[in-house]
Design a protein around this ligand. Structure first.
Ligand code: GLN
Length: 236
């Protein structure tokens, strides 16, 4: 952690934040504060350059046009790329999976260059994937099933440098090879809205522990467990 206060970057909430994805930053801040760790959210809008000095970054999903504006901004101000190169954790949801890749193709067949933080590419599926998504994580440090809500047209293929986040139990996910999300260095990306960190506290603490560079004391939050149980059941 760079300073005594954990600084959580909420990247482009003005154009990327479908289904309350901005809530991921709130969850990180609250789970830090409940452990006595001072934390604040730094909003980075289209009016701001993207700083490379924050401790953890979150990006949400976006509709197609907003996704383009975000892509252009992240190309113009490459602070997120520098932060990821320095090992800072990044959480990228849905449209952000696509933007962080090499390119994504729109439903109209146009190929839009991404920012190549992830070795992935995205092409349109025949049909939009909409509904509950349940997966089993395959990365070190996560063992509990993940749940989220997906709504996307893109199907994402992973190159050799990117590993899947999870295997799909029900729902679509990446729409390629039965896997979901992409992980590369400190970047974790997923099609799961929810917000995903509200539904999956283990993932939230995984990012938080990387950001603070230390293990975290457990939190006993029965209401979070109730939400998990309910949402996992909804996926079947
Ligand atoms: N526009 C992208 C797609 O449809 C991402 C959608 C989203 O972020 N919800 O694939």
């Amino acid at each position: 952690m760079s300073e005594s206060t954990l600084r959580i970057g909420l990247v482009l909430p003005d154009v990327m934040g479908t289904y309350g994805d901005g809530g991921n930053a709130l969850i990180l801040r609250q789970r830090a504060r409940l452990r006595g760790i001072a934390a604040e959210i730094v909003e980075i809008t289209l009016d701001d350059e993207v700083p490379d000095s924050l401790d953890v970054y979150t990006l949400g999903g976006a509709e197609d046009y907003a996704q383009r504006l975000a892509t252009r901004h992240l190309q113009r101000y490459p602070g997120l790329q520098r932060a990821a190169d320095a090992g800072r954790p990044v959480l990228a949801i849905c449209a952000a999976v696509q933007i962080l890749g090499h390119w994504y193709e729109t439903a109209a067949g146009e190929r839009v260059p991404g920012i190549s933080m992830l070795d992935v590419t995205t092409s349109p599926r025949a049909e939009r994937a909409i509904g509950e998504l349940v997966t089993d994580p395959v990365i070190d440090g996560l063992s509990a099933p993940l749940s989220g809500f997906e709504n996307h047209r893109g199907a994402t293929s992973l190159g050799a440098a990117a590993a899947p986040l999870a295997r799909v139990r029900s729902g679509v996910g990446n729409g390629v090879d039965g896997v979901e999300g992409a992980v590369q260095g400190g970047v974790i990306s997923t099609y799961m809205h929810g917000p995903v960190l509200a539904r999956n506290p283990e993932l939230a603490d995984h990012l938080l522990a990387t950001a603070v560079g230390a293990g975290l004391s457990p939190l006993d939050l029965p209401q979070v467990e109730r939400l998990r149980t309910e949402r996992l059941a909804a996926g079947r």
